[in-house]
Design a protein around this ligand. Structure first.
Ligand SMILES: Nc1ncnc2c1ncn2[C@@H]1O[C@H](COP(=O)(O)OP(=O)(O)O)[C@@H](O)[C@H]1O
Ligand SMILES: [Mg+2]
Length: 344
């Protein structure tokens, strides 16, 4: 017979009026470094008058909370609780601040669903789907959102550069299909460059997306839900000093970002409408950031991808957009946390 031991320690959730919030950071991918940058802004602005916040570092070596004695306390994974100083801390909601796996691809979301904890991001299915760029554009296109013509390639089913060029017109973008931060991505303008670009992308991922180039101005736009209402943030225009918005452009100041974008209201309205529709179609939760290129000739925005855990470093786009809306970052993070608490 299975014997279930009761916890020897007291549960303190009911002792405090404030909800206990687990703020998860880190992650298992190269994007962990960016998660820690986001964490600095979130920690600085999250309202500790309203919430008891416990920062938990999710690393390949373990899941840890660091207490005031600088001691690392491992999370109990059967219910995502902390036991220390003779107390057991149970959480009311999780604020997800992990870029890349396992915080942006549905893995932690599935785990939190299983232990019954609400969280601030999209659900497991939407997180997993949007991590796959090709599946994302496929679902978007089905709902009438414009996307680039593309091909989905798999490592174990090789396709020659000639076959790709027979189906797509240059220039094309070659991207690792589940990548982030533009790592392993190339813009190909000449047929002779395609083989090398495919090789580079396959080094990062077993699936590659080859997309026709969309000409136009690039906009990226945050959308979030609070109290059941969807809010579209003021959008940002991104202009890269490099050939495209690559890793250097993103993280080494090689891009120019204008928030709010200086753009005709008619164009802005089309991008906002597309962003809201994407949020609804993908049944998003929390804050997401959607990348678009506005093509003048077609008079339409084309969606590139959806970021379900967008960067929150002080210089990141979402904090810029929140400030442009006239909100304090603390109030914005509270709105996300309240939305999760509402799903308890
Ligand atoms: N089909 C495309 N047409 C034009 N520019 C593109 C296209 N795909 C990507 N880009 C450029 O490359 C950048 C990175 O691509 P994106 O799909 O957003 O991947 P990441 O996850 O790396 O941000 C975009 O911000 C844009 O500047
Ligand atoms: Mg992007």
């Amino acid at each position: 017979m299975l014997r279930v031991e009761s916890d020897p320690v007291e549960t303190i959730t009911t002792m405090s009026q404030k909800p206990n919030i687990a703020f998860v950071t880190g992650g298992y991918s190269g994007e962990a470094e960016i998660s820690y940058k986001s964490a600095a802004t979130i920690e600085k602005n999250l309202d500790t008058e309203k919430y008891n916040v416990y920062k938990i570092d999710i690393t390949p070596q373990g899941w840890f909370y660091t207490d005031k004695h600088k001691e690392k306390i491992a999370v109990k994974r059967d219910d995502f609780s902390l036991v220390f100083d003779g107390n057991k801390i149970k959480f009311d909601a999780v604020l997800i601040g992990i870029h890349g796996t396992p915080g942006e691809d549905g893995k932690l979301q599935g785990y939190f669903d299983m232990v019954g904890l609400p969280y601030t991001s999209c659900d497991a299915a939407t997180s997993a789907l949007t991590m796959n760029k090709r599946y994302t554009v496929a679902v978007a296109a089905f709902s009438g959102i414009n996307v680039a013509t593309s091909m989905h390639l798999f490592k174990d089913n090789p396709v020659s550069p000639e076959d790709v060029l027979a189906k797509l017109s240059l220039p094309v973008f070659v991207k690792p299909n589940s990548g982030g931060s533009s790592i392993g991505m190339s813009k190909v303008t000449k047929p002779g460059q395609l083989g090398e670009a495919l090789e580079k992308a396959f080094k990062e991922d077993s699936q590659v997306l080859v997309e026709e180039f969309i000409e136009g101005r690039e906009f990226t736009i945050g959308v979030f839900r609070s109290k059941g209402e969807i809010t579209v943030l003021p959008m940002t225009e991104v202009r890269s000093k490099k050939e495209f918005f690559d890793f250097e452009a993103k993280y080494h100041g090689m891009s120019e970002e204008t928030t709010p974008a200086l753009v005709d209201e008619a164009i802005a309205e089309k991008v906002r409408a597309a962003a809201r529709k994407v949020y609804e179609v993908f049944n998003c939760r929390g804050v997401v950031r959607i990348d678009f290129i506005y093509n003048e000739a077609k008079g339409q925005p084309f969606m590139l991808e959806i970021n379900t855990v967008p960067g929150q470093s002080e210089a990141s786009i979402i904090p810029q957009q929140v400030k442009a809306m006239g909100w304090k970052l603390g109030d914005f993070y509270s709105a996300l946390v309240e939305d999760a608490l509402g799903r308890r």
